[in-house]
Design a protein around this ligand. Structure first.
Ligand code: NAP
Ligand code: ZN
Ligand code: ZN
Length: 348
């Protein structure tokens, strides 16, 4: 067992504090990763504040992890010591159910093993990436292309894949009109990826304060959802709407923006329901869908796509002692556009 430095939430209401967590001895297929950078996802905040249900405190969160392979188990074949690797939102799955067999282990019918707050296959509680090291089965480890700057690669492991997967599934590309609701961590990656796929992208943000950024990320249009005229101007326009908002949105108003056969997919995960009047779906034969992260194979595909296209997240690099302040800024939608923790500041 390895005891390593970490940051943990002691409870739903207290600030995160420096502590240590235990990492298991390497099994034959395990990799010990020395973590370099960890992104802060809004899911970390929903989780530690108990908004999604009971939490096994104290808990170390973080599922946007990049680092270097420090040691490999005896049967590891895919990675060598020193390789540049990433870990996202899951670290295992049952590998036997229909969905795992179909290569969609994020939808494992037994529940995938989350990178944090999950019961691991050995019965311990998984602890996430706000720490100096992690031990992960090689099948759940990603290769991070050299051309993506190290610290910028971290947010791709959740924000990147969570937006890439629905954009790919619903065929965002040339001739498709895509709207992205919310320009935060996920939203800004959705804009960059959809634009790189060739779609015509519109941002729907609470205000126009980030308009210049949205256009620079590849959007053609940018509208404020606080202005009721937006919903008239854009009625029946989009093939796909990707909702990344962490709070409930006005479903009828947003569904009204879909053209014939269009889909609104929510990746945003507010604890409250998103109520839908079926009549909003009848018009234009619309669909309302959800989507959860992406498979390991698709995550690798997304990393390679971002490397090829030269796209990467916009980040604010912070030290280990600035995480609580960063959480407050995320909650105020004051993030440009992802906080990333420099894990070297946790080694001392
Ligand atoms: P984030 O950086 O906080 O971005 C959310 C954005 O939503 C904000 O920047 C803001 O954009 C908008 N927003 C926030 N509060 C709002 C409100 N009350 N009304 C309208 N708009 C509001 O969060 P994130 O890390 O991108 O995560 C977004 C959501 O996705 C979270 O709920 C997270 O848990 C979820 N998530 C889901 C998955 C999945 O697999 N499905 C994976 C990762 C994250 P503007 O300022 O531009 O309006
Ligand atoms: Zn996340
Ligand atoms: Zn399974």
């Amino acid at each position: 067992m390895l005891t390593v430095n970490a940051i943990a939430a002691p409870s739903a209401t207290e600030p995160l504090v420096r502590t240590t967590v235990e990492r298991r001895d390497l099994g034959p297929k395990d990799i010990l990763i020395e973590i370099r950078y960890a992104g802060i996802c809004h899911s970390d905040i929903h989780t530690v504040r108990g908004e999604w249900g009971e939490v096994p405190y104290p808990l170390t969160v973080g599922h946007e992890i990049v680092g270097v392979v420090a040691e490999t188990g005896a049967e590891v074949t895919r990675f060598d010591k020193g390789a540049r690797v990433g870990v996202g939102c899951m670290v295992n799955s049952c590998r036997e159910c229909e969905n795992c067999q179909a290569g969609q282990e994020q939808y494992c019918l037994a529940g995938n093993t989350g990178t944090y707050a999950a019961v691991d296959r050995d019965g311990t509680i998984t602890q996430g990436g706000y720490s100096t090291h992690v031990v992960v089965d090689e099948d759940f480890v990603l290769r991070v292309p050299e051309s993506i700057p190290y610290e910028k690669a971290a947010p791709l492991l959740c924000a990147g894949i969570t937006t890439y997967s629905p954009l790919a599934h619903w065929n965002a590309g040339p001739g498709k009109k895509v709207a992205v609701v919310g320009l935060g961590g996920l939203g800004h990656m959705a804009v960059k990826i959809a634009a790189a796929m060739g779609a015509e992208v519109t941002v729907l943000s609470q205000t126009l304060s980030k308009k210049d950024d949205g256009l620079a990320f590849g959007a053609q249009d940018y509208y404020a959802t606080s202005d009721p005229a937006t919903f008239e101007a854009l009625a029946n326009r989009f093939d796909l709407i990707v909702n990344t908002v962490s709070a409930p949105i006005d479903m009828a108003a947003h569904l009204g923006l879909l053209r014939l056969g269009g889909t609104l997919v929510s990746v945003g995960a507010p604890p409250e329901p998103l109520p839908v009047q079926v009549f909003s779906l009848f018009n234009n034969r619309r669909s309302f869908a959800g989507s959860s992260i992406g498979s390991i194979a698709e995550t690798q595909e997304m990393l390679d796509f971002c490397a090829e296209q030269g796209i990467a997240p916009e980040i604010e690099l912070i030290g280990a002692d600035e995480v609580n302040e960063a959480y407050e800024r995320v909650l105020k939608s004051d993030v440009r556009y992802r906080f990333v923790i420099d894990i070297d500041t946790l080694r001392a």
